[in-house]
Design a protein around this ligand. Structure first.
Ligand code: ADP
Ligand code: MG
Length: 258
């Protein structure tokens, strides 16, 4: 193979930002020559590898941008352990139609039953389908909005949480929310209402959200908007964290209920 031509090809590919093809050029050319590959087959192989590499880079980038607390796909979720979850319903959510339809997903249940895992797993499906996703906890979201409000940068920060196509708000109800926090949370929900779908998780039933937000009226207004187009997954079961202990007979199931 002519080294000068190889060099020129490599430069062209770099200029076109076809980095995978640049990296694989020599190997692909040698393979094609050895196999006496038809021109069209060779071109198809080069382009297919480049497209696959770009798609995979794009998914990795959006996974980082989503700020997920861990990366666990739906395939690692053991539905057998949590019979109160309708597997078919979750699999249908995994098709991401709920995002297209602007529906919210609310995941309720006691600690350790897999709420965050399911939210993350659905987030990963959304990322794989090409959507921009952002994960936050309710406490983090409210702390960011409260700080921005004090600094006169609320608009800017609200945009951070309204721009991603799917917003995941984890752990509503673990920490009490003050009046300003509840108000700012409501503003965000109103902005995303009818536009951007959300996945929310909570260890508290909807009836207890009045206490969570410290204000029945604002909790009702929040729930009213969230539940207008929504799917609710109510998980009733044992904490997965206690699975091994239960197996070993160290605790009885009734002791694990909160
Ligand atoms: P929650 O958010 O409801 O408190 P998590 O989703 O954080 O619970 O689950 C606790 C841990 O147990 C995580 O590591 C999670 O991956 C795992 N887990 C929970 N439920 C399941 C399940 N059904 N199958 C596999 N892993 C699970
Ligand atoms: Mg959790």
């Amino acid at each position: 193979m002519n080294p000068a031509q190889l060099e020129r090809l490599s430069e062209h590919l770099a200029k076109l930002r076809l980095f995978k093809s640049q990296e694989r050029l020599e190997a692909l050319l040698q393979h094609a020559a050895a196999q006496e590959m038809p021109y069209a087959d060779f071109l198809e192989q080069v382009l297919a590898e480049e497209v696959a590499a770009k798609a995979s880079k794009n998914v990795s980038m959006r996974t980082v941008m989503a700020r997920l607390p861990f990366v666990k796909p739906l395939e690692t979720f053991d539905f057998g352990y949590q019979p109160s979850i309708d597997k078919k319903q979750v699999q249908s959510l995994a098709s991401c139609h709920f995002i297209e339809h602007g529906e919210n997903v609310l995941v309720l249940g006691p600690p350790g039953v897999g709420k965050t895992h399911l939210a993350v797993a659905l987030g990963l499906k959304a990322i794989a389908s090409g959507y921009r996703v952002l994960f936050t906890t309710a406490a983090n979201l409210i702390s960011i909005l409260t700080k921005a409000h004090a600094e006169g940068r609320l608009e800017e920060k609200l945009k951070v949480f309204t721009t991603p196509r799917l917003l995941i708000i984890d752990e509503i109800g673990y920490l009490p929310i003050d009046r300003l926090g509840a108000n700012l949370f409501f503003q965000l929900i109103s902005r995303r209402y009818e536009r951007g779908p959300m996945i929310l998780t909570s260890n508290q039933s909807f009836a207890a959200w009045g206490d969570v937000f410290g204000d029945r009226v604002i909790a009702t207004a929040i729930l009213d908007r969230l539940l207008h187009h929504a799917v609710t997954l109510n998980i009733r079961g044992n904490s997965y964290r206690l699975k091994e202990k239960l197996k070993a007979g160290l605790v009885r199931p009734e002791e694990t209920q909160s």
